[in-house]
Design a protein. Structure first.
Length: 409
């Protein structure tokens, strides 16, 4: 598999030196991450760069990860005509990799981030791109994020499901070979119709490296009005410019994160309730993004979504934590506790918490309010032996203070 550029490590030390000399203290910052299938861009309509400009100027992402890029010229159009307007050079991009079929790309806010490395995971259909970035300024330990962009095999059917599974396995196998796996963000147009697909299971539980859906919403999303508020395709009910029609009825575009991003243990923490399909209000099942009237954004932005692509972008925020705060957040609830059959014992709580149990597909199977002073409680007998995610949540802030994976609970 081809290995592409590794940024000059001296750049890291230089920026660190400047940061230290300026005596600037690292403060908590927030990064907005946006994944977007751009429908064979630029294709025959390079003017869509101006259409995209309206959306990105409205959302203002710090990291823009795209699918269905057809050429390096398209990447330059986005950089110069959608992101860097006028004399601005706020955004930079990764190197273009020309794989089979359409390609991926990362654009990033160079005032906040720098590209450390990139890599391509080969699959039978398309490349899955890895982009490792780090935050600026650099003081003490550098904060790294590993972003992955995937466009898995499209269409319903057992053969297509197997191909998606093989692509997901290639990605998780790559994670397994890395020396350290932390702050992982995996997303794109995954073309998964339901959470029972093998590809979804591989992404979430395969290779002993779990990834999580931040909104914990496993289901059969396809053509299911109960999940209209998270559907991402199609923005159109009629045919023009290629792409799918039929209105909003599939959740193809998704983002998954590693455990440490849920807890903030590695100084990157998911911001609660920030994940959503931009422009989706749940009121347009099997209808376009414009019908009925859509009040989630100005009409000019809704029209831009309609004309740009048959997919909606998916966005979420992560907070970059100060080192001391991150350690405190990660360890605040690292008390000793034991699980004996269905009984959980721990040190007396100093404040009330919410305790939740999720299965490996992200489905909540149990929750309990824990009062201050409590030191034990029993799980219901219907929770069978298996793999579960245990989460403790601070009631006042609704922040996840600790997330643990447990086998044979």
């Amino acid at each position: 598999m081809p290995q592409t550029r590794l940024t000059n490590i001296m750049r890291i030390f230089f920026i660190a030196l400047i940061s230290l000399l300026s005596l600037t203290a690292m403060s908590q910052d927030t990064l907005k991450i946006m994944y977007y299938n751009l429908l064979n861009f630029p294709g025959t309509t390079p003017g869509r760069a101006d259409t995209l400009r309206k959306t990105v100027q409205y959302i203002m992402p710090d990291l823009l990860v795209v699918n269905e890029l057809s050429s390096e010229e398209g990447a330059e159009l986005i950089l110069n005509n959608s992101l860097n307007i006028g004399v601005s050079e706020t955004f930079q991009r990764a190197e273009f990799t020309d794989g089979p079929d359409s390609d991926n790309m990362l654009f990033y806010n160079a005032n906040k981030l720098a590209l450390y490395s990139q890599f391509e995971i080969e699959t039978e259909l398309r490349l899955i791109n890895e982009y490792v970035v780090y935050t600026l300024p650099i003081i003490n330990d550098t904060v790294f994020l590993s972003l992955y962009s995937a466009h898995l095999k499209a269409s319903d059917g057992s053969e297509e499901e197997n191909l998606r599974y093989a692509e997901a396995m290639a990605f998780k196998t790559h994670l397994n070979t890395k020396h350290k796996v932390s702050n992982v963000i995996f997303g794109g147009d995954l073309n998964i119709y339901k959470s029972s697909e093998k590809a979804y299971t591989e992404i979430t539980t395969g290779q002993d490296i779990p990834l999580y859906d931040p909104i914990f919403s496993p289901a059969n999303w396809h053509n299911n009005s109960s999940y209209a508020n998270i559907h991402t395709q199609s923005t159109r009910s009629s045919q023009f410019g290629g792409g799918a029609t039929g209105g909003m009825d599939d959740r193809f575009d998704m983002i998954f994160v590693s455990t440490d991003i849920l807890s903030g243990a590695e100084r990157v923490r998911y911001v609660s309730d920030s994940y959503h399909a931009f422009g989706q209000d749940g009121q347009r099942f099997n209808q376009s993004i414009r019908v009925p009237s859509n009040s989630t954004a100005p009409d000019s932005i809704i029209n831009a979504l309609y004309y740009m692509s048959d997919h909606l972008p998916v966005i979420m925020d992560v907070a970059i934590l100060e080192e001391a705060n991150a350690i405190a957040e990660a360890n605040r609830l690292e008390f000793d506790f034991q699980i004996e059959k269905n009984l959980i014992r721990f040190s007396s709580l100093e404040k009330p918490l919410e305790f939740k149990v999720f299965d490996v597909l992200g489905k909540e199977v149990f929750s309990k309010h824990l009062n201050s002073g409590m030191s034990q409680f029993s799980l219901p007998s219907q929770i069978n032996s298996g793999v579960y995610i245990l989460q403790f949540i601070e009631l006042k802030s609704e922040k996840s203070l600790m997330t643990k994976k447990y086998l044979d609970l």
